[in-house]
Design a protein around this ligand. Structure first.
Ligand code: UDP
Length: 343
């Protein structure tokens, strides 16, 4: 089969850069597109270094600009597009809902307009376990009912899922779609050349842990120790970023090789393994031999008690499995923080 081309919107970010590496290593041509509104060039340069692809195309595009997105589809022979370009800070979305709705919906609409106009494009949307809200039972399968989101950010994920489904349905077979619902992506590439680069104070647990361990933050607050869980702290499904990135290669291949069973499919991308905040902190200290300054703090509003994936569908249908242990992942996260600090 001739080489297929994948456009990665938001390809210079945390998830996008890891996905670009895995796609290139699997033999796809990749076009990275980003407007660098929430990241710098570090990860894009890292992708080139890891893959030896100095010629990797980079397009600086704001995906809200529909004409610019259409021009991209005219310039490259795009077989699939993976859409990451979106704002992702939950708290900020509560304060600035219009900014989130405008950016996250408009950018995806541009992608779909361009894909529809071109035809025969496979669309992969990066969704989130946030669409399950506080689930009635865990683990969650893809059939677990979605719940109203607790933030505008979460709402944009639910809305984009519906927009993709409706657009694929109306396309008369011209478009296909996959929704990947991510659980908690953490870690970094084993090369320590790409990883998470939060701007300002991190909202997410693992970057906060690594920044505290390196001395950039004083103390980690563990939000809530009175949850109805085995140790009182919240449980999540932490998925290694490289495992997560590989799921995209499986999904794209499934689409371009015409192996889909439905024209719009949905898969959970998680490990199936619940880990509490306390367990994660303890594992981080143990595996990296560092002492972390932490304290219990009040619950964070909007947090769900416990959620983890039933990944059976992705395992059986796509042949994808999470392979890395939480210890390997936390080692990689720490190696990345040390690399950033020049240590
Ligand atoms: N968390 C914490 N301290 C922090 C950041 C997060 O205790 O500084 C907890 C948070 O309450 C949740 C878990 O870590 O239980 C994962 O939070 P994160 O923001 O990384 O992801 P979420 O599951 O909220 O999308």
């Amino acid at each position: 089969m001739s080489k297929k081309t994948v456009l990665v919107s938001g390809g210079a970010g945390f998830i996008g850069s890891h996905v670009s590496v895995e796609l290139l290593q699997a033999g796809y041509d990749v076009v990275v597109a980003d407007n660098f509104s929430n990241c710098d060039r570090t990860c894009f340069e890292g992708v080139k270094k890891i893959t030896g692809r100095e010629d990797l195309p980079l397009e600086i595009v704001d995906f809200c600009d529909e004409a610019a997105v259409k021009a991209l589809f005219a310039k490259y022979p795009i077989d699939a597009v993976i859409h990451f370009a979106a704002y992702k800070a939950v708290g900020e979305s509560v304060a600035k809902p219009l900014m989130y709705y405008r950016n996250n919906l408009q950018s995806f609409l541009s992608v779909l307009e361009a894909a529809q106009e071109k035809g025969n494009v496979n669309v992969l949307f990066s969704s989130s376990a946030t669409v399950y809200g506080e689930p009635d039972a865990v683990p969650v399968t893809e059939d677990t009912p979605r719940k109203p989101a607790t933030s505008p950010y979460g709402n944009t994920k639910t809305m984009c899922e519906d927009i993709l489904r409706d657009t694929v349905k109306a396309s008369g077979g011209k478009l296909k779609g996959i929704l990947l619902r991510y659980f908690n992506p953490i870690g970094a590439h084993p090369s320590a050349l790409i990883g998470e680069l939060p701007r300002g104070v991190p909202n997410n647990l693992v970057p906060f842990i690594t920044q505290t361990a390196i001395g950039k933050r004083e103390c980690l607050s563990i939000f809530g120790n009175d949850y109805p869980t085995p140790d009182g702290t919240c449980q999540r499904d932490y998925i290694d970023i490289v495992d997560l990135a590989k799921a995209h290669v499986y999904a794209v291949t499934r689409m371009v090789e015409g192996k889909m069973k439905e024209e719009c499919e949905v898969f959970n991308v998680g490990t199936g393994r619940p880990v509490s905040v306390m367990e994660l902190v303890n594992a981080f200290e143990k595996v990296n031999g560092v002492k972390l300054n932490w304290k219990f703090a009040p619950r964070r509003p909007g947090d769900v008690t416990a959620i983890w994936a039933d990944p059976t569908k992705a395992n059986n249908e796509m042949g994808w499995h999470a392979t890395r242990t939480i210890e390997e992942t936390l080692k990689a996260a720490w190696a990345w923080e040390c690399h950033l600090a020049g240590k």
